[in-house]
Design a protein around this ligand. Sequence first.
Ligand SMILES: [Zn+2]
Length: 387
Amino acid sequence: MAHWPVNPTQITRYLIDMVAINSINPSIAPDGPGEAEMAAWLIETCQTLGLETREQDVVPGRPNVIARWPGTGGGRSILLTGHTDIVQVDNMTIDPFTARISDGRMYGRGTLDMKSGLAAVLGAVMALREGGFKPAGDIILGFVVDEEFGSLGTHALLNEIKTDGAILSEPSGLSIAIAHRGFAWVTLKTQGKAAHGSLYGVGVDAIAHMGRLLTALEKMEKDVFPRHIHPLLGRPSAHASLIDGGLGISTYPDACTVKIEHRPLPDETPESVLSLWHETIDRLSAGDPRFSATVELDLFQPGYELDPQAPLVKTLESAYETTLGKRPVVHGMFGWLDSALLSMAGIPTVIIGPSGEGSHAAVEYVEMDTVFHCAAVIAEAVSQWCG
Ligand SMILES: [Zn+2]
């Protein structure tokens, strides 16, 4: 298919081996063993591919792997990156760690998210090696821990690595993704006044007052967010995730807390998310002196977008067309990815990975032909970028 000799048998073997390694993120499941065994396997495999390798300690027992194919000089460098952790498996209805292949699909935890992306990167490097490629710019492989929780791996990697571009092989359905939304966690609190349930003149109902903020949330969802449109990502969104309040059935509640998740577009900031709520609280307070509420931003991860005309996007488009004989779909993804962190560190990043279904779900699989295609596209893109 491509002009770099991708080896489907070897890529399949890589993926079966990686699926067999339990690398559940211990921050998600306390009995998760973490990424150390994956790191050892990757070091060995990258050495077999002739790369310089090292572990980078992120937290004790949870190393990143950095592998390097040094360029001859004068070319652009690239980072090929992806995460080695997986999420919990107790919700799965298939064997998580014994890969099963049926009808061109491989089943198991991490087959899609994202050990197939790692297999595609290894397959791409192998194809370039066997095809006799001599890069001018450095090719860096960065296999990172903890993407599924706090992205500690990418934060650590960026302390040491700076390249002219990055390809993140998270599952993108084999299309080229250049944007995604962020996420923000907001805590709203209403302050009431506790009183005996019969004392309507004394008690202030914090839960009913929270209802006013929830009505405001529905109004944002219905009237505000649909008018804020990104060409690749559509509108932002927010939903109430958790609620807590009340002292007893016969008591006016003194407080109510709601946690909201907001999924911002790339142009939204911590300040803009907070100001939506400050305006709402100010308006409600002005209309009722007994209304009292606060808002806090617990976490803000920004959205990401790369200019569709950026040289890296053009390289990926050209590599895709050369390899697969058709124009790629260029789009945005729903979820948050480490690409936002790479971009904040000044590394333009394109996301391309295989297709399948069931990330984090009961049944997870990847379409194997898309893994091979992904490897071929990455190989061609690297040869054009670093050549
Ligand atoms: Zn992932």
